[in-house]
Ligand binder design. Structure first.
Ligand code: AMP
Length: 468
């Protein structure tokens, strides 16, 4: 069993109060193993997966050392992807609520340089970014690391896979030698050992069980190749997860599966490397706001995603890499909730299953496809539907304006409205499925910030594109 945060005598009373308010009572295993050393200033190599609570583990440590009265950048977190950097920023901000005015800035590629430079000019206590962009800022002199006391390498193995090794080294060389370095990685390939030998000082190795947590229920099903995609719909109809990620080994398989599922009335969306950034963002918004039941993804595309409350992971194809399998299924069963991991395997994939079993230290439990019965309740549909509003941050639209328009003039209740995302030029609002069409009508006929706006259902947009 884990220990309460109150056991860490270094933590301030406001930090402890904030943790309690966030509902963080007990430390997760990675937090319990790493925080005492991290708070004492030691370098760490911590083996931890997404969902283990690793972000809070390093965030609490770096906030502990932070002096908010000093406006210089004191901590830098390097992450492999923009999404992860944004999630890390949010988690740090949540944890920093206890302190005065801690400024956390995200520095990632794919967004314009200039606003980031302007924000940096105002000062950022903590910078979170992708290695290439951070290096770019260092080169231009917009980011200064002379006062840095904590460097975090998050998902270091992914950063290496993505070819960031030289960038990471360049960044680390420009940070003061007398600093704490915290390296988090799900796996421990050779490159990590080299990187840590070069940049960490007498690091402490922290490992918590890499095997899947016990609260993940795992079931495997043998499939013939030609029934694989149909088998996914049998699983969905039988288990009816509110949200699931289906992992495929190739982009083509992703597209084929989305076609099969969509034809059967499921709301499924593909996430793979061929998507434009904007399409990728739209898919993720719809999945996170519960307008999409199944995200169909390749491993590369799903990297760095932290999706809360994922009920189910489906391994549509068995991966040849047992560690990838563990990483996949670790996305369900987070923070005490029970998760479900379903694996489809053809006879040709039994060797892969064997390696996975070895790694997990347990044999698979096999289910039978022909025993799967559709559960009652009609087709599996997500609770929400997403409306897109043509207008965003550049039009000074804020989430409150949209909520106000829907609950005011349009006459809906706040309970019928879900997550609202405002991007530069568009806004997205999740509404209960049953009111989506009516909400489009009422918003189109009414006004938002005193102006007429164009509104449409994302689903209509997608089918219009599909017809072209
Ligand atoms: P991470 O592995 O950092 O992506 O964290 C996974 C999720 O667990 C995040 O949504 C955190 O907000 C949450 N979390 C982190 N630490 C705790 C804790 N001690 N108790 C409960 N939830 C936590």
């Amino acid at each position: 069993m884990s220990a309460p945060f109150t056991e860490l005598s270094e933590l301030s009373a406001p930090m402890l109060a904030n943790l309690a308010q966030l509902g963080y009572e007990q430390m997760t295993p990675i937090q319990a193993a790493s925080l005492p050393h991290a708070l004492a200033g030691q370098d760490l190599i911590a083996q931890a997966q997404t969902g283990s609570g690793k972000t809070a583990a390093f965030a609490i440590a770096l906030l502990h050392r932070l002096d908010a009265a000093d406006p210089r950048t004191q901590a830098l977190v390097l992450c492999p992807t923009r999404e992860l950097a944004e999630q890390v920023t949010q988690e740090i901000r949540r944890l920093a609520r206890a302190a005065d005015n801690v400024k956390v800035l995200t520095l990632t590629g794919g967004s314009p340089m200039k606003p980031q430079m302007e924000s940096l000019a105002f000062g950022a206590h903590i910078a979170v970014g992708t290695p290439g962009r951070v290096l770019d800022h260092l080169d231009r002199g917009s980011l200064d690391l002379s006062a840095l006391n904590t460097l975090v390498l998050d998902e270091a193995d992914r950063m290496l896979d993505m070819g960031f090794v030289d960038d990471i080294k360049s960044v680390a060389k420009r940070a003061p030698k007398a600093r704490q370095t915290l390296l988090f990685s799900a796996t421990y390939p050779e490159g990590i050992a080299q990187l840590s030998a070069q940049f960490l000082r007498e690091p402490r190795r922290i490992e918590v069980a890499t095997a899947a947590p016990a609260q993940i229920r795992q079931l495997a099903y043998e499939v013939a190749e030609d029934e694989r995609l149909h088998a996914v719909s049998l699983l969905l109809n039988h288990f009816r997860p509110a949200s699931a990620i289906a992992f495929c080994n190739t982009k083509r398989q992703c597209n084929d599966l989305v076609d099969v599922l969509s034809a059967q009335g499921f709301v499924a969306m593909a996430l793979h490397g061929d998507l434009e950034q904007r399409d990728r963002d739209q898919v993720l918004i719809q999945f996170a706001n519960r307008s999409c039941s199944v995200l169909v993804a390749t491993d590369v595309a799903a990297r760095g995603l932290d999706i809360a409350q994922l009920e189910c992971v489906i391994n549509v194809d068995t991966t040849p890499d047992a560690e990838v399998h563990i990483h996949r299924i670790g996305r369900t069963g987070r923070a005490g909730a029970e998760g479900l991991a379903l694996t489809l395997a053809s006879l040709d994939e039994m060797g892969r299953i064997g390696r996975i079993e070895q790694m997990l230290g347990r044999e698979s439990t096999w289910g039978k496809l022909d025993e799967l019965k559709p559960a009652p309740g009609g087709p599996l549909l997500p609770a929400m539907d997403t409306l897109q509003i043509l207008g965003g941050r550049k039009d000074k639209i804020r989430p409150g304006d949209i909520l106000g328009a829907l609950t005011g003039e349009a006459g809906f209740t706040a309970a019928q409205i879900g997550k609202i995302n405002v991007t530069d030029f568009h806004s997205y609002v999740a509404v209960e499925r049953s009111i989506a069409r009516e909400a489009v009508k009422r918003l189109s006929n009414g006004k938002l910030k005193g102006r007429k706006v164009k509104v449409r259902r994302m689903a209509d947009l997608a089918s219009a594109e599909g017809d072209r």
